[in-house]
Design a protein around this ligand. Structure first.
Ligand SMILES: Cc1cc2nc3c(=O)[nH]c(=O)nc-3n(C[C@H](O)[C@H](O)[C@H](O)COP(=O)(O)OP(=O)(O)OC[C@H]3O[C@@H](n4cnc5c(N)ncnc54)[C@H](O)[C@@H]3O)c2cc1C
Length: 392
């Protein structure tokens, strides 16, 4: 008699999904299918480099996934919890015992800003970044480029383009790098000023035209390409599958990362909303949640109680071109402290962190169970959703 095998479908092969797929190999009676739209892993944290032409942002899955993880290059269009199948854009379906929902996040351009959807370029997804790179390649180096949004992504993008010698305006809509300490902000502002980036702190873009941006006070500034980095969305798959989500569309889960609607669906990364109190969308949290989502599945298979998720932040880092960065340290709840590292040492740390995410994936592929996560980030009082039925 052959022992029963369990089939886990991981939807999304980003940081959280690829780590989860590799971590599931801790059991050898689990069949693992990873569904991802592209045959290559996208290092989203390098998309600004792809855009500026200062680096690439893809890695072959062959070097990242452990033996036995089956990669299906396709897009999930619906999870049918009644028949326990995932429908794919190709028309195929895949059956599952468990799903790990790790579809990540997307760029988002607001409908409320006229012209933004038509003329602005989001950067947060691979194909969008490629499109932006092509648009920039058509431009003369001195043509005005506007980056809207001065969070980590917008500032990294503005800096990378400025280092290429481009004429960049960064529109903050409030404050430059609001999540950094004042000292960290000043350090980044100084670098940007030196490289000729025009930082418009309190200005807000209210309209995007093909060749200009319009500000709240009516001022019009020429902009040959406008990059939109203000805001992220998430894929609509959970909502399209009838699963409950938070207002943005992240899958609502309990503190074991299990969907509040279905104990066979477990979420990780940017698309997860545990107790409707999601972590900051980041590679840093995705790499901590991915293996823990896999552990929840492994516990269910073993018939044991899944552990509550744990995490901690150590800080955030913003690259300023290839030779500088600000590494901002933070408390475990992600609030910045006054300490930071800047300049070349900062750039070396940032590059080490970026390489470290890929090394971490390879290590988990070779030795499942190698991933670690921090403990101590604050979580809401209610530990696990009481409405989650157990798996039969
Ligand atoms: C330019 C830039 C710089 C960044 N820098 C940093 C940084 O320095 N530090 C940091 O912590 N974070 C950074 N981030 C954020 C970080 O990249 C994300 O938070 C992280 O990628 C989230 O990981 P994830 O695994 O949840 O999702 P992702 O990495 O987005 O992976 C999700 C995967 O799921 C796939 N997918 C989506 N829908 C479907 C579907 N229906 N079917 C199948 N597959 C699907 C996607 O195509 C993707 O491959 C940066 C982001 C950007 C854009």
């Amino acid at each position: 008699m052959t022992a029963k095998r369990t089939h886990v479908v991981v939807i999304g092969g980003g940081y959280a999904g690829a780590l989860a797929a590799n971590h599931l190999r801790l059991r050898d009676d689990v069949d693992i299918t990873l569904v991802n739209p592209r045959p290559q892993f996208v290092e989203r944290i390098r998309l600004h480099q792809l855009v500026a032409g200062s680096g690439e942002a893809t890695v072959d899955y062959d070097t990242l996934l452990g033996d036995g993880v089956r990669l299906v290059v396709d897009t999930a269009t619906r999870i049918d919890t009644a028949s326990r199948t995932v429908a794919l854009a190709s028309g195929d379906t895949v059956g599952y015992d468990y799903v790990i929902y790790a579809v990540g996040s997307t760029g988002a351009v607001p409908d409320s800003v006229p012209g933004a959807a038509e003329f602005a370029y989001p950067i947060a997804e691979f194909e969008l970044a490629q499109r932006l790179r092509a648009a920039l390649n058509e431009l003369h180096i001195s043509a005005p480029v506007t980056v809207v949004g001065a969070g980590l992504t917008g500032t990294e993008t503005a800096a990378e383009l400025a280092e290429q010698g481009r004429n960049v305006t960064l529109v903050c809509g409030g404050r430059l790098l609001p999540s950094l300490s004042e000292r960290g902000q000043r350090s980044a502002a100084k670098w940007l000023r030196k490289r000729g980036v025009k930082v418009l702190e309190s200005d807000v873009v209210t309209e995007v035209r093909p060749d200009a941006v319009v500000f709240a006070d009516g001022a019009v500034r020429p902009s040959a390409v406008t990059v939109w980095t203000a805001g992220f969305g998430v894929p609509a798959l959970a909502a399209a599958s009838g699963l409950r989500t938070d207002a943005l569309g992240r899958l609502l889960t309990d503190e074991t990362l299990t969907s509040v609607d279905d104990p066979r669906i477990i979420a990780a990364g940017d698309c997860a909303s545990p107790s409707a109190t999601p972590l900051r969308m980041s590679c840093q949290s995705a790499t901590q949640l991915g293996p823990q989502a896999a552990n929840t599945v492994l516990s269910r298979i073993a018939g044991t109680e899944p552990a509550l998720m744990r995490y901690g932040f150590v800080g955030s880092n913003v690259s300023l071109g290839r030779r500088a960065a600000v590494i901002q340290f933070a408390r475990q709840d992600d609030t910045a402290v006054r300490y930071y590292v800047a300049g070349r040492l900062g750039a070396a740390i940032k590059e080490f962190v970026c390489k470290g995410t890929v090394w971490g994936l390879r290590l988990e592929a070779r030795r499942p169970g190698s991933s670690f996560w921090f403990k101590g980030g604050p979580r809401p009082e209610q530990p696990a959703h009481t409405g989650v039925a157990s798996v039969r």
